[in-house]
Write a protein that binds this ligand. Structure first.
Ligand code: PBG
Length: 352
């Protein structure tokens, strides 16, 4: 119920009234002063995104000289090992610190136990060896979980409808050792079985790999935002049921803190929250509670949303990409796994 402005009233009168009102407010602080110029905005900026914050997830496929687009992730391709080596060279040139690998596995290499995970010559191991040879100074992060290799698409061993915990951990430990022997620098268990960090740490140490790091997917939620990823690794239409008996309930936050506490206790060097943007509160709470490097995974569905809207002309894709990544820094993330890594690094380099 606003009163209509009297027609005869002059604009300047209104301004004078506003000034008087502000004077009464005793407006000593004007937040806009610091925002007035670009140099000032730069001086007062609290967070920055740098190339050192980026981890680039790569999808691998068999064959040679293959680059196959992932339908639901425009701009992302599955790469054969030789193409992955070239991608690693490019990432190193852009100063991206680390890569993370995810294999697309053909149906004939899948079985209920995910045995291909233990093959010393599987795609991930070959990529690790090839990239270590050609690009020795880039970090290699490998995902520990059986879903790329199982016929049911679950991260662990299945009996009936149940995903068995301890039986899964036994296989995951072997998978972690297999990756480490191939040259992985960071073992990243994403399976969400209980106790896997301790078991992997013990096995690594027993084989003399005490300096290999563990980045635990500590707070990984049963999320709809993984959809495009499952297409990328070939588990779309394969997955039986869902992952709610081992991945976290999106309704829970305190539970994430317990997961992180346990993983730190078990020997994790770094922890991760996944998905990213919808779970910034979790990153912040972890950072406020534990002194441990905490990473965020901007997952496939988050990437797809930004890309799709940009391709439709509904948002400015580049700005949305940068803003979303900066938001992770503001929330306290030590770094971000993002499919935008190369694009962002190129952009940051142009503006350096
Ligand atoms: C599975 C795994 C998933 C992702 C990384 N590792 C999917 C899942 O749990 O089903 C998702 C990544 C993404 O969506 O980008 N171990």
């Amino acid at each position: 119920m606003t009163k209509p402005m009297p027609a005869a009233r002059h604009h300047d009168e209104g301004v004078q009234e506003a000034r008087d009102a502000l004077k009464k407010l005793n407006l000593t602080h004007r937040a806009r002063r610091n925002r007035k110029t670009e140099w000032s905005r730069r001086l007062v900026r609290e967070n920055v995104l740098t190339t050192s914050d980026l981890i680039w997830p790569l999808f691998l496929i068999e064959g040679e000289k293959r680059q196959e687009p992932v339908a639901a992730m425009p701009g992302v391709e599955r790469l054969s090992v030789d193409a992955a080596v070239r991608a690693a060279v490019k990432a190193a040139e852009l100063d991206i610190p680390a890569l993370a690998f995810f294999p697309y596995t053909e149906a004939e290499l899948r079985d209920p136990l995910g045995k291909e995970a233990l093959n010393p010559d599987n795609l991930v191991c070959r990529a690790c060896r090839a990239i270590k040879r050609e690009v020795p100074h880039i970090g290699l992060i490998t995902d520990v979980a059986l879903d790329p290799y199982t016929t049911h698409g679950h991260d662990g061993v299945m009996r009936g409808e149940e995903i068995l915990n301890d039986e899964s951990v036994a296989v995951l430990v072997e998978q972690a050792l297999n990756q480490t022997r191939a040259g992985a620098d960071v073992i990243a268990p994403s399976d969400m079985m209980d106790g896997r960090v301790a078991a992997i740490r013990a096995a690594l140490d027993a084989e003399g790999f005490e300096s290999v790091q563990i980045m635990s997917y500590a707070a990984k939620y049963a999320s709809a935002f993984y959809g495009p990823f499952r297409d990328a690794i070939g588990t779309k239409g394969v997955l039986i049921g869902d992952k709610r008996t081992y991945q976290m309930d999106p309704a829970n936050a305190e539970e994430a803190l317990r997961e992180v506490a346990e993983d730190i206790e078990e020997g994790a060097d770094m922890v991760m929250v996944k998905p990213g943007l919808p779970y910034l509160d979790i990153i912040r709470r972890i950072k406020d509670t534990f002194p441990i490097p905490t990473f965020a995974y901007q997952v496939s569905g988050e990437y797809a949303m930004i890309r799709a809207a940009a391709l439709n002309g509904w948002i400015d894709g580049e700005k949305a990409m940068l803003e979303s990544l900066l938001a992770f820094k503001r929330a306290g993330a030590s770094g971000i796994l993002t499919y935008f890594a190369v694009e962002v690094a190129e952009k940051l380099q142009r503006h350096a």
